[in-house]
Design a protein around this ligand. Structure first.
Ligand code: NAP
Length: 234
């Protein structure tokens, strides 16, 4: 199956799914037939709007993923609504300059939450598919003003192949590493500096997520959607 039916009958939980890249991922998975649970923390209005846009089989659930109890609640609610969670997209993250956020909290959201939620999915009878949203920064050492953020993505990236091996055959684990798609405040990255000379779009990232969700022979992979940024300067 491909295109519109490829994920029919599957259920997906997308963390931080109400806006920006998360919203594009929700739209893409729903367009391929998946039922989608949109997780949010602050962006309630956007999450409700997303329910209206996606229409069929969509729910939203609120929770602070820095809090282990709320994480468990988010997963339980999603599993109860949909019967189970077939696809987990760990998209929610904090992006901050070093010193702007307590490193323990940064790690709780960017590393502990995705790993915890992934364990919950893998513990279900029949497992499922985990997609970790990473960052093209994992291709180079964590440095510069976003070093602590980059270190969290490195740590999460390092778990992908290990957990893919550990949890096969029931659960597949993959990652998507976007380059500069929607540049957050405070960061600058010129599209012209990318080898392909073109900034990836949220839809490019969402299609990569959908590919990994669909293809049941792929596990332990990290797909860079970064205009070639990870290749470095030629
Ligand atoms: N944007 C890019 O160009 C880019 C580049 C490289 C990698 N990435 C990665 O791709 C993913 C999506 O990027 P993005 O820029 O769209 O993300 P974002 O806007 O920075 O954050 C996505 C969502 O994460 C949620 N979130 C943050 N802290 C949370 C917490 N404690 N509990 C629950 N939810 C929390 C927020 O939900 P609420 O708004 O509901 O509070 C937010 O909307 C992230 O993992 C990011 O690291 C993005």
């Amino acid at each position: 199956m491909s295109g519109e039916d490829s994920l029919r009958g599957k259920s997906a939980l997308v963390t931080g799914g109400s806006r920006r890249l998360g919203a594009a991922i929700c739209r893409e998975l729903a367009a391929r037939g998946a039922g989608v649970v949109v997780h949010y923390r602050h962006s309630e209005a956007e999450a409700i709007a997303m329910n209206r846009v996606l229409q069929h089989g969509v729910f939203s659930v609120r929770g602070d993923l820095a809090n282990p109890q709320e994480r468990a609640w988010v997963f339980r609610e999603a599993a109860e609504w949909m019967g189970r969670v077939d696809i987990l997209v760990n998209n929610a993250a904090r992006f901050a300059r070093d010193g702007e956020i307590d490193p323990a909290r940064l790690r709780a959201v960017n590393v502990e939450a995705p790993l915890d939620l992934a364990r919950m999915l893998a513990a279900q009878a029949g497992g499922g598919c985990v997609i970790q949203m990473l960052d093209a920064r994992i291709a180079r050492p964590a440095e510069g003003p976003f070093r602590a953020y980059a270190a969290t993505k490195h740590e999460l990236a390092e778990s992908v192949a290990r957990l893919a091996r550990e949890w096969a055959p029931g659960t597949r684990v993959n990652g998507v590493a976007p380059g500069p798609v929607l540049v957050p405040e405070g960061a600058r990255e010129a599209a012209g500096a990318l080898p392909l000379g073109r900034r990836p779009t949220p839809e490019d990232v969402a299609r990569a997520v959908a590919f990994l969700a669909e293809n049941e022979s792929v596990t332990g992979q990290i797909l860079f959607v970064d205009g070639g940024q990870h290749l470095g300067k030629g």
